[in-house]
Write a protein that binds this ligand. Structure first.
Ligand SMILES: [Zn+2]
Length: 204
């Protein structure tokens, strides 16, 4: 009679878990173990202080945990249709702020690390790749200016020579206009040359 009543009300004893056999017939429910020491671990991991006051017999008879609170390593591989827990299986998956430590904590982190590797550059190479280009030292800076000054000097000389030639042409044009005022083309040319000469002299 006791066995029949217990099968009727299989509620999960975990905090924030509302699973029951009626609600989830597909889900396996496990009695709290008869072994006292193991039962104590279950109670501690379940994080329910009220269960600590209950006797081991009472817990074994009336309290269950659903399969969602057990890591895959807790299940027997030999089980055919019904999920079975291995001897000494301990529940570790609980929706509480301070869940018990996982039995297999090393499994999920490598997957996350692999995903990161796909998108992130390893820290060692990133520091080498993104290091700023070497800043020119004090010795190389004046030589650069020296080169610049030389090229500017050459440019200035060339411009001066151009200016001198233009001035000469302008002088000739002035002479021509003074002698032959009738030719309009020459006067136009001369005014434009005057403008060029003025612009150049202001530039220099
Ligand atoms: Zn549950």
């Amino acid at each position: 009679m006791a066995a029949s009543t217990s099968t009727h009300c299989r509620w999960c004893s975990a905090v924030n878990c509302s699973n029951s056999k009626n609600k989830r017939p597909d889900l396996s429910f496990f009695r709290f173990p008869a072994e006292h020491e193991l039962c104590k671990v279950w109670v501690i991991n379940t994080r329910r202080a009220d269960l600590e006051e209950k006797s081991f017999e009472h817990l074994h008879k009336n309290n269950y945990l659903c399969a969602e609170h057990f890591e895959p390593c807790c299940f027997s591989k030999t089980a055919t249709s019904r999920a079975r827990l291995i001897n000494g299986a301990v529940p570790t998956i609980f929706n509480v702020p301070n869940p018990p430590p996982k039995l297999t904590p090393s499994q999920p982190p490598p997957k996350v690390r692999n995903d990161d590797d796909l998108f992130d550059v390893p820290p060692t190479s990133s520091t080498q790749q993104y290091s700023p280009p070497p800043i020119p030292d004090s010795k190389s800076t004046p030589s650069f200016h020296e080169e610049d000054r030389e090229s500017l000097k050459r440019k200035l000389c060339a411009e001066r020579a151009k200016n001198w030639r233009l001035k000469k042409k302008l002088k000739l044009c002035h002479e021509n206009t003074s002698t032959r005022k009738s030719t309009p083309g020459v006067s136009e040319k001369s005014t434009s040359l005057i403008q060029v000469g003025k612009a150049l002299s202001s530039y220099l």
